[in-house]
Each structure stands twice: as structure tokens, then as C-alpha cells.
Design a protein around this ligand. Structure first.
Ligand code: IGP
Length: 267
């Protein structure tokens, strides 16, 4: 039980309890109603994140991330708004923003600021352990949240997806093993992400998504996450029918993100 994922989950629970004390869920919901006219599921504006993944070809989800538990600080300067704008200009299809403060050095305000400056769909990268975080994501302006199977059980995932549906948010349900994939599918996930990084050991292996792709019906969007370095990786993933890729570090470490995205796409 004593792996990094559980350590982060524990810290997150504490953080959420504090957030609830400052702003209880009922008040957070009121604030969402004040700033949004909540989506009717039939309107076209809802779920832009999954719409982007359904487009033909691979969608590129580019991640804005200052640090990670496996790599430490990746970008000490971290001009997060500028990075997100650069991704948009470079032709990204969606942006992922880390908001976890302790291990990834993110902030909720990073997402809010980025939202004001780009029009691409935004995935809020946090460790969802409480439904409060889903409402928080909506309030911050996100279009999608991350649900990590290793932290949740099937019934909870189902419940969280229904909250997402109500809010017009997409849920990227992250799995790492065959068992977790089956659980995500049973829970009704419309987007399944396979993390090529084992969050318990940090080992990265892109063939993990290739192996698990076959277990997910084609009607469900499939995203390959982590450790994607170059166009060869993309070609391998394209061959097995991946709908989207989530790329962080290799873009974050490039001084010219536009060129890096171009080369990843093979343009
Ligand atoms: O930086 P990378 O190796 O390209 O990975 C990006 C993204 O997949 C990774 O940050 C990630 C995938 N799943 C997560 C869950 C929590 C935090 C982070 C992640």
C-alpha cells in the first residue's frame, strides 16, 4: 500500500477536506450555477474533450507540468500560460494541466488562467478521490477530469461519470492493467487512458498501451499516456488504433515546443 500513488491520494484527501472547509460543496455548486448555464446533455457545446478525440487521426493532448514525483522539477521558470498558448498555436488538440500542488507543483489558478487564454479543451490533471474535485474542475473551467482506476472502485467510477455527465465534463478513466481496463469498461467509461508509466514503480513502457488496446471496444476512445518521445512511438500507437496521445515531459523539455510537436506528428 505504501507506494507513491497512495501517498499522493492521502495528501489529496487532506487537501480536499481543507478546500471543503473554506468552500463547502453546496456553495461551490452555487458558484458553478452563477458562472455557467449548466449543460443540457443534448447541446453541442458539451463534452468538447471527447469530440476532439473522435476526430479522424490521432489527437494530441499536450501537458503543462512543472514537476513530477519521478523527475523532480522539469521547468523551474514555468510560464504556464505561455506554454499552453504555444501548444495551441502549434496545433495541439487539447491541453492537460496539472493542478496537484505537492508532487507536481500545480495550482488551481494555473488552470483558471490558462482557460482565459486558450480555446482548446482542457483536462484537469488531479488525483480524484472525492466528488468535490469534479465540481471544482467545472468551476475552474476544465472540460475533462482524470479518474484513476487504481484509486477508485467500480461503483465510485460509475457515480463520478454520472456527475461528469451532469456537468458536461468528460472523464478520462485511467487504467494500467488488464483488470483495471475491464473495470473502466464495465463502469461505462467513454474514454479510457492507459498510462504507460506504472505509478507504483515509475517504469515506462509504451507497449503497455499497445498490449491493452485490444481489450477496449472501438466505440470507446482510447488514449495512450506517458513516456511518448518521438514520431516512431506515435507510429506504433497509430498502428494499433489509438485515438489520442497524452504527452508531457518530452514537450516540456523542448525549448521549441512548436518544432517538437511538429516532429512528433512527423510533419
Ligand atoms: O510526461 P509524460 O511522460 O509524457 O506523461 C504525461 C502524462 O501522461 C502523465 O503526466 C500522467 C499520466 N497519468 C497521470 C496521472 C497523474 C499525474 C500525471 C499523469
Amino acid at each position: 500500500m505504501d507506494n507513491i500513488l497512495n501517498t499522493i491520494a492521502k495528501a489529496t484527501k487532506l487537501r480536499v477536506e481543507n478546500a471543503k472547509e473554506r468552500l463547502p460543496l453546496n456553495r461551490l455548486i452555487e458558484k458553478i450555477y452563477e458562472s455557467y448555464c449548466l449543460y443540457d446533455n443534448s447541446t453541442q457545446e458539451a463534452f468538447p474533450f471527447e469530440k476532439t478525440l473522435k476526430k479522424p487521426g490521432i489527437s494530441f493532448i499536450c501537458e503543462v507540468k512543472k514537476a513530477s514525483p519521478s523527475k523532480g522539477i522539469i521547468d523551474p521558470v514555468y510560464p504556464f500560460v505561455q506554454i499552453a498558448k504555444e501548444y495551441e498555436e502549434a496545433g495541439a488538440d487539447a491541453v492537460s494541466v496539472l493542478t496537484e500542488p505537492e508532487f507536481f507543483k500545480g495550482e488551481n489558478e494555473h488552470l483558471q488562467d490558462i482557460r482565459k487564454n486558450i480555446s482548446l479543451p482542457i483536462l484537469r490533471k488531479d488525483f480524484t478521490v472525492d466528488e468535490y474535485q469534479i465540481y471544482e474542475a467545472k468551476y475552474l473551467g476544465a472540460d475533462a477530469v482524470l479518474l484513476i482506476c487504481a484509486l477508485l472502485d467500480e461503483e465510485i467510477i460509475k457515480k463520478y461519470i454520472s456527475i461528469c455527465d451532469k456537468l458536461g465534463l468528460s472523464a478520462l478513466v485511467e487504467a494500467h492493467t488488464e483488470e483495471e481496463i475491464k473495470m473502466a469498461v464495465r463502469a461505462g467509461a467513454r474514454i479510457v487512458g492507459v498510462n504507460n508509466r506504472d505509478l507504483k514503480t515509475f517504469r515506462v513502457d509504451v507497449s503497455n498501451s499497445i498490449r491493452l488496446r485490444k481489450l477496449v471496444p472501438k466505440s470507446i476512445c482510447f488514449v495512450s499516456e506517458s513516456g511518448i518521445q518521438n514520431h516512431e512511438d506515435i507510429l506504433r500507437l497509430q498502428d494499433c488504433g489509438v485515438d489520442g496521445v497524452l504527452i508531457g515531459e518530452s514537450l516540456m523539455r523542448s525549448t521549441n515546443k512548436k518544432e517538437k510537436l511538429k516532429s512528433l506528428k512527423g510533419d
